[in-house]
Design a protein around this ligand. Structure first.
Ligand code: SER
Length: 585
């Protein structure tokens, strides 16, 4: 069964069971400073898991585009991916364990026709924070999973939370038994010998973990499930790796044909990083030296190095992009219209890097020969740093080359030097702040509401051509990007600031209504219409001043915001200006 058929079956099955289909959130989240990429389906749903009402109801289903980069260096083996699609069904205070398990079992065995004997499941073993999940085990027995295929593990395996703080709870994971022999007597689903493959994770989210590590019960019990599409496609197609499925197959074959020195790990790295880069660029990502832009840069650079390593002519990149877009276009039709843009970004970045790569590799060889001649096997931190500072050769690439040449790297030493220069070369990591989730603090909520006031005030002062191009909120400030052809003058900024402060002083009530997207547009609500909204949306109205499509949450009254002050106005990109502003008490 092709991946797209699995996706469609999933959406249809849950729709038939009363779920509303919602669109995937963008890979690079708006208004969420805590993460660089969307890493799980639950991310866009955090406010609703905490009790806000979702406009589409209490049963939702979606497919979510995700990027996880913590295992980026593992890509090249037979299973790790950075980009993947997660199918998910959601109960927001609706059904709980019994119905969730019943539906999962029915979907796996009836819709996907996986024999029940192939399934093993795991449940939470219980600890001081939460009791053993006997109910889940009972539900599994009821649908027909015998006791001997039900396993119990602690928090490390059967508890789900994104980051350190947030909604969380025990989960139950479903595993597919490949039929391979047990690697040892104790072999079980927690073992990663390859006998058991995890296919689905149902999280029973009924707790909130706060910053101090304390667990409290949420207002409602939720279900958050995640089924990895690529892995499921691999299983149903009887393949050993996701690279053997239609999602990668043609590209992998082409790489084999073009390679002078064929190498399976390099082919997988190229195929995986190319697909991830295509999907990130498709969702608006661009290479840069910070945050998600830097991850994208890393992916493209590593892909380029491995193409080079296999002796593949780099001018073939355009053909390789075409092959992969053709493999994916049925699943993501917008790739067709973005094809040329994606090619331009990838080829430009590859060109920029080619020279660096040549010089860096030559320098690395010198370093490596020098060490070997001196009978040493460790590259010190300063050398790694110099390769980066002088030749632009990224440290992770030095480490990778060192591994390939049986050399070690004193990465601790490098880290010290690197930290001193962190501002110059931010490596980025997908979780930037401890929370690891949509930031729902009081301060960020205030900034969120202030952003709506600013947006409208800019339209009043500069004109209706002003549209939101981006927004980023932290606990300390808001940042707002908008379309405007020239610098905003001091006088204009003052007017904007005054208007926002007037609205704050008016103590305007902030209200929220649900309606269809069409109704929202007709009501004059502003929104990022290039974003995908569901059929039903929330519209936040601030007194008689602003009306905007938005997921929320917001303060209930503008009087709570404090004093609004613009700190900076600058260019962001061609035709886009950026304002940074703060709320003072
Ligand atoms: N949040 C869980 C996960 O990401 C289930 O969707 O695995």
């Amino acid at each position: 069964m092709k991946a797209i058929e699995i996706r469609n079956k999933f959406l249809n099955f849950f729709e038939k069971n009363g779920h509303k289909i919602i669109p995937s959130a963008r890979l690079i989240p708006e208004n969420d400073p805590s993460v660089l990429f969307n890493t799980a389906g639950m991310q866009q749903l955090v406010p609703y898991l905490l009790g806000e009402k979702h406009p589409e109801g209490t049963r939702l289903v979606d497919y979510q585009k995700c990027v996880r980069t913590n295992d980026i260096d593992e890509v090249g083996d037979n299973r790790h991916l950075t980009y993947f699609e997660m199918l998910g069904n959601w109960s927001l205070g609706d059904y709980f364990k019994e119905e969730s398990i019943k539906m999962s079992f029915e979907f796996l065995t009836k819709e996907l026709e996986i024999p029940a004997e192939k399934l093993s499941v795991t449940c939470f073993a219980g600890d001081a924070d939460c009791e053993k999940d006997n109910l889940t085990a009972e539900c599994w027995k009821k649908v027909g999973i015998p006791e001997e295929r039900i396993y119990y593990f602690g928090k490390e395996d059967n508890w789900w939370i994104a980051g350190e703080e947030g909604p969380c709870g025990p989960d139950t994971e479903m595993f597919y038994d490949t039929g391979k022999p047990k690697c040892s007597e104790g072999c079980n689903p927690a073992c990663d010998c390859g006998k058991y493959i995890e296919i689905w994770n149902n999280v029973f989210m009924e707790f909130y973990k706060d910053k101090d590590g304390k667990y409290t019960k949420l207002k409602q019990h939720n279900v958050d499930t995640g089924l990895g599409l690529e892995r499921m496609a691999m299983i149903l197609q009887g393949k050993e790796t996701p690279f053997d499925t239609e999602l990668f197959f043609n590209l992998m074959e082409k790489l084999k044909e073009l390679a002078i020195e064929e190498n399976i790990a390099s082919r997988r790295i190229v195929a995986e990083h190319l697909r991830s880069s295509i999907m990130i660029i498709n969702d608006g990502g661009r290479p840069s030296n910070v945050d998600s832009g830097y991850i994208l840069r890393r992916l493209i650079r590593r892909m380029t190095r491995h193409l080079n390593k296999m002796g593949i002519d780099l001018s073939k990149l355009s053909d390789l992009i075409d092959i992969e877009i053709d493999a994916l276009k049925e699943m993501y039709p917008e790739l067709i219209e973005n094809r040329e843009k994606i090619k331009n970004v990838l080829i430009e970045e590859k060109n920029k890097f080619t020279k660096t790569l040549k010089n860096g590799e030559r320098e690395f060889e010198k370093v490596s020969n020098r060490l070997k001649n001196n009978g040493k096997d460790t590259i010190d931190g300063k050398t790694v740093f110099n390769l980066y500072e002088t030749y632009g050769f990224p440290p992770e690439m030095t480490v990778e080359l060192a591994n390939e040449n049986n050399l070690k790297v004193d990465i601790k030493d490098y880290d010290i030097l690197y930290k001193e220069h962190q501002e110059k070369s931010r490596m980025g990591s997908e979780v930037k702040f401890k929370g690891g989730l949509a930031d729902q603090s009081e301060k960020s909520i205030k900034y969120h509401t202030a952003t709506h006031l600013l947006h409208k005030a800019l339209k009043i002062v500069l004109g209706d051509h002003v549209n939101q191009k981006g927004s980023n909120i932290t606990e300390e400030r808001l940042r707002f990007d908008f379309s405007h052809p020239c610098k905003v003058t001091k006088e204009e900024l003052q007017k904007v600031e005054d208007i926002v402060n007037e609205q704050i002083a008016r103590n305007l009530e902030v209200t929220c209504e649900e309606m269809t997207l069409e109704e929202a547009k007709a009501s004059g609500a502003i929104g990022l219409f290039e974003n995908k909204y569901g059929d039903r949306v929330k519209v936040y109205t601030i007194g008689d001043f602003s009306k905007e499509i938005c997921g929320g949450p917001h303060v209930t009254n503008t009087g709570k915001l404090g004093h609004f002050k613009i700190k900076k106005e600058e260019a962001s990109s061609a035709g886009v200006r950026r304002i940074k502003a703060v709320l003072e008490n």
